[in-house]
Write a protein that binds this ligand. Structure first.
Ligand code: NDP
Ligand code: 2IT
Length: 445
């Protein structure tokens, strides 16, 4: 059938045939926006969607570096500056061997709407490299980050584009990247977020994505008269998002019984001990499997994807894209799961999302549910501009307000367009509207 969105999707597939993750992300947004486009034909006439699916700028660059044996290595660096309609490009950097243009474009595209939903003045972008930080020494990480920034610096700036962390990029990497940026431009500015607390970072940024996810989950549960108290929760991943999501679940009375890394998952019916996970992952950079040496009663299973077989009330996918497929979603439903909130970006396949929605599972899509990280990044930018810093309690209160507000906006938009309870449609419409209005006002650019 010919419709403006179908035609757009067809041309997009033709122009970007080797970008499945990007096409997947766009397809979902375009489908969600159909009811809105019927009410707002002016957005079609102004070419808002046609423009929005084409990044404003895409940078791909060589990153040469020397390993500890003196051997030359070369990785590929990316920064996709997707939309500056609402503010400077903003979004993380991912260092993982799977990184390619499709993955960076899907992440950058999602980021536009996520950042809009926060209500803060930030555009959308994403970047990264196919560099694998696993097994590298600190010196190798430093040399890689310095080389990466030696090209990236010319494209970014506190009012232009402000990168941050994502998979494989945490405080250590942000430190090396910031040091090199400052050295090249000779300016101390808030060009990255997730900085150390003594040099411009914000209290609460480390916790923000995970805490925000659980604040959002609480709002989802409220709409069904539920709370976290006594719920069995499975959290995939054991990185930044997973750890602080698990911590907040525990604080609010839930029990986290399983976590994972890319090799496998652990089940601890007594409740996962987060001090052990933090020690293993944040300090020692070791594998989940090692958990068993300190907690003999726990169980470890090889292969991360089967974590969704562990019966639970709530699932929080916090690892990576497409980690819940249709079969995993059906298993979750069969085991009585009542809510899924996405800490990762696009962790559920479109077929899995369909299973959740058809079975009345409360479903919080990543671009709404995991927006707490970038929201506190934007608060870090505000604090840098003021040359001031807020207390942890102040930042946490603002984060909670932002997450409650995102849920309210998404819920309301879904209701207004006849999709009550469908937060996928609600988040896409609500996030898009603000961007579309800004683009409409700013003319054809
Ligand atoms: P980390 O690098 O801190 O942790 C990633 C975790 O996910 C690790 O446990 C890792 O296991 C696992 N993982 C990564 N890739 C894969 C894979 N291909 N298959 C299976 N497991 C995998 O990253 P974050 O916690 O920061 O990010 C997790 C997710 O959250 C990502 O989707 C990211 O885009 C999203 N996100 C992050 C935000 C942030 O502020 N950091 C904000 C919003 C979303 P292993 O160690 O074995 O690789
Ligand atoms: O996916 C995301 O929102 C992030 N990785 C955080 C981005 C940011 O700029 O803090």
């Amino acid at each position: 059938m010919s419709s403006p969105t179908n035609d757009l999707m067809k041309s997009l597939i033709k122009r970007n045939p080797h970008e499945p993750e990007f096409l997947q992300a766009v397809q979902e947004v375009l489908e969600s926006l159909e009811p809105l486009m019927e009410r707002h034909p002016e957005f079609i006439d102004a070419g808002i969607l046609v423009r929005l699916v084409e990044p404003e700028r895409q940078i791909i660059f060589r990153v040469p570096w020397l390993d500890d044996r003196g051997e030359v290595k070369v990785n590929r660096g990316f920064r996709v500056e997707f939309s500056s309609a609402l503010g400077p490009y903003k979004g993380g950097l991912r260092f993982h061997p799977s990184v390619n243009l499709s993955i960076i474009k899907f992440l950058g595209f999602e980021q536009i709407f996520k950042n809009s939903l926060t209500g803060l003045p930030i555009g959308g972008g994403k970047g990264g490299s196919d560099f694998d930080p696993k097994g590298k020494s600190d010196e190798e990480i430093m040399r890689f980050c310095q080389s990466f920034m030696t090209e990236l610096y010319r494209h970014i700036g506190a009012d232009t584009d402000v990168p941050a962390g994502d998979i494989g990029v945490g405080g250590r990497e942000i430190g090396y990247l910031f040091g090199q940026y400052k050295r090249i431009v000779n300016r101390f500015e808030g060009v990255l977020t997730g900085k150390g607390l003594s040099w411009g970072g914000s209290l609460g940024r480390i916790e923000a994505t995970g805490f925000g996810l659980v604040y959002f989950l609480e709002e989802m549960l409220k709409t069904a008269g539920e709370t976290l108290a006594g719920k069995r929760v499975v959290v995939s991943g054991s990185g930044n998002v997973a750890i602080y999501a698990a911590q907040k679940v525990k604080e609010l009375g839930g029990q986290v019984i399983a976590m994972s890394d890319s090799n496998g998952y652990i089940v601890d019916e007594a409740g996962i001990d987060l001090d052990t996970i933090k020690l293993l992952k944040e300090v020692q950079r070791k594998r989940c499997k090692e958990y068993l040496s300190l907690h003999k009663h726990a169980k470890y299973y090889d292969g991360c994807s089967h974590i969704w077989n562990v019966p639970c009330d709530i699932a929080l996918p916090c690892a990576t894209q497409n980690e819940i497929d249709e079969q995993a979603a059906k298993t979750l439903v069969a085991n009585g799961c009542i809510a899924v909130a996405e800490g990762a970006n696009m962790p559920s396949t479109p077929q899995a999302v369909k299973v959740f929605l058809e079975n009345q599972v409360l479903f919080g899509p990543g671009k709404a549910a995991n927006a707490g990280g970038v929201a506190v990044s934007a608060l870090e930018m505000s604090q840098n501009s003021m040359r001031y810093s807020w207390s942890f309690e102040e930042v946490d209160a603002k984060l909670r307000d932002i997450m409650v507000n995102i849920h309210k906006k998404a819920y309301q938009a879904a209701h207004d367009y006849g999709y009550t309870g469908n937060l996928v449609v609600g988040a896409n419409i609500s996030g898009f509207l603000k961007v579309a209005e800004a683009m409409y006002s700013q003319g054809i650019v």
